[in-house]
Ligand binder design. Structure first.
Ligand SMILES: Cc1cc2nc3c(=O)[nH]c(=O)nc-3n(C[C@H](O)[C@H](O)[C@H](O)COP(=O)(O)OP(=O)(O)OC[C@H]3O[C@@H](n4cnc5c(N)ncnc54)[C@H](O)[C@@H]3O)c2cc1C
Length: 401
């Protein structure tokens, strides 16, 4: 019998593993990718979907269109349990057996137990969640002429990291158009971005943070740093700032203040911290040599520093695991430990602006926006070639409308 390789989760990590395997495999193994949707989506673009600047049609990349189905089988199913001792994974649609398992189930929003986050806040955790947020915002803007409820046009973003800032900026840059369409005075909609740290985007230099904040403010976004969210309600959030409690009103709230690993991993027998497995140097579970973990479900360290979970890291992990499995199938051993090459990170500030670090150099402005699109398109090229880039790619100033 051929060895069975099972990949669960078709995000940056899982899909990259499948792609690497299919590129070099000559029927030495049975490879199966299972994911809960029959499409891949670029998580890094969910903020655009949530604002409607990227359409649902363009966001869905169907697995069966990009996989070579003679080499990688695809099954649409939601995984509900991992059973490492019997080498089985349980899905809603059946039981799947494996010899090698690659876990790439991604992340879940982290609410830190704060009251109301679960019930009242939107999260950018999947394509469907982003579409839901888009509908909620669009509906409130369209109905304003009847409701005249100013709070409906107040959007609160909790979190001043990547996700929160990209979302606030994308929305801010679209407000002129939304107001024009709805005949709404421009000074009525409000976007408030609240973060715990003393500046936005703390992963970048102080100068880049200041540039990003200035640009956000030019869109009319109010930035509150050093604000600790205490409670999320249906119509606003309570924060503690400088020792005082303050309520900020708004009927649409996005929670983007943190992520954790997968809940399926969390309740599995794999040792984990909040759904993330601390992998060994070869990205394997320390308990089970035949289980690899990639992407946001993995806690990966080098010289005791934990790598922040990113798409870039996930893709490199997927690539590495694919290559390791190919070696094993050839009867060889993977002797090279995983090494993350941090090429840089770019945060978009609307369509035509951004800040970031590329090869340790700070960048901003249109060049950063161009690089952001380049990074997204590079990913598309890697999974579907030039055809996919032309069909689904990000180009400057282009929106789905
Ligand atoms: C709005 C936003 C913006 C971001 N921007 C950037 C950025 O600019 N740069 C960057 O590097 N990183 C960015 N990130 C982080 C980055 O997107 C993640 O680190 C990356 O997506 C993790 O990849 P992954 O393969 O682990 O998981 P994901 O890409 O999230 O994929 C997980 C996959 O598992 C599937 N799945 C989940 N649960 C199940 C289940 N139970 N059964 C079956 N399938 C399941 C999902 O459908 C999905 O296909 C951003 C994240 C967000 C939310």
């Amino acid at each position: 019998m051929k060895p069975r390789i099972l990949i669960i989760g078709g995000g940056y990590g899982g899909l990259r593993t499948a792609m690497t395997l299919q590129q070099h495999l000559h029927q030495q193994a049975e490879v199966t990718l299972i994911s809960k949707h029959d499409y891949h989506y670029q998580t890094t673009l969910l903020h655009k979907v949530a604002i409607g600047t990227l359409s649902a049609r363009k966001s869905r990349i169907y697995f069966r269109k990009i996989l070579d189905l003679t080499k990688v089988q695809f099954i649409k199913d939601k995984i509900i349990e991992i059973k490492p001792d019997s080498k089985q994974v349980i899905g809603n649609g059946g039981v799947y057996e494996y010899d090698y398992l690659v876990i790439g189930l991604g992340f879940k929003p982290e609410g830190f137990g704060i009251k109301g986050v679960e019930e009242h806040a939107h999260k950018l955790s999947s394509l469907n969640a982003a579409l839901k947020l888009d509908k909620a915002i669009e509906y409130k803007f369209k109905e304003y002429c009847h409701t005249k409820n100013q709070q409906d046009l107040s959007i609160i973003v909790c979190g001043t990291g990547f996700t929160g800032i990209e979302f606030a900026a994308e929305l801010g840059s679209r407000l002129d158009e939304l107001c024009l369409i709805g005949g709404i005075p421009r000074d009525i909609p409000k976007i408030t971005c609240i973060g715990r740290s003393d500046r936005i985007l703390p992963m970048f230099s102080k100068k880049s943070s200041a540039i990003a904040q200035k640009k956000l403010e030019s869109f009319g976004v109010e930035v509150i740093c050093g604000g600790d969210v205490q409670e999320v309600k249906t119509d606003g959030v309570v924060i503690r700032k400088d020792g005082e409690l303050k309520e900020i009103k708004g009927n649409t709230i996005l929670w983007s203040a943190g992520v954790r690993g997968s809940d399926i991993v969390e309740k599995s027998p794999l040792e984990n911290t909040k759904g993330r497995v601390k992998v060994d140097a070869y990205l394997r579970s320390p308990q089970y040599e035949n289980i690899y973990v990639v992407g946001d479900c993995a806690l990966c360290t080098s010289r005791d520093a934990i790598h922040a979970p990113t798409a870039q890291l996930s893709a490199q992990m997927g690539d590495y695991v694919g290559k390791s499995l190919l070696k094993i199938l050839d009867g060889k051993e993977q002797k090279e430990p995983f090494k993350f090459v941090h090429r840089g990170t770019v945060c978009s500030i609307g369509h035509t602006d951004g800040v970031g670090i590329i090869y340790k150099q700070s960048i901003n402005g249109e060049f950063a926006a161009f690089l952001k699109n380049f990074i997204e398109n590079k990913w598309l090229y890697g999974i579907g070639g030039a055809k996919l880039v032309f069909k689904n790619g990000q180009f400057r100033y282009r929106t789905s409308n």
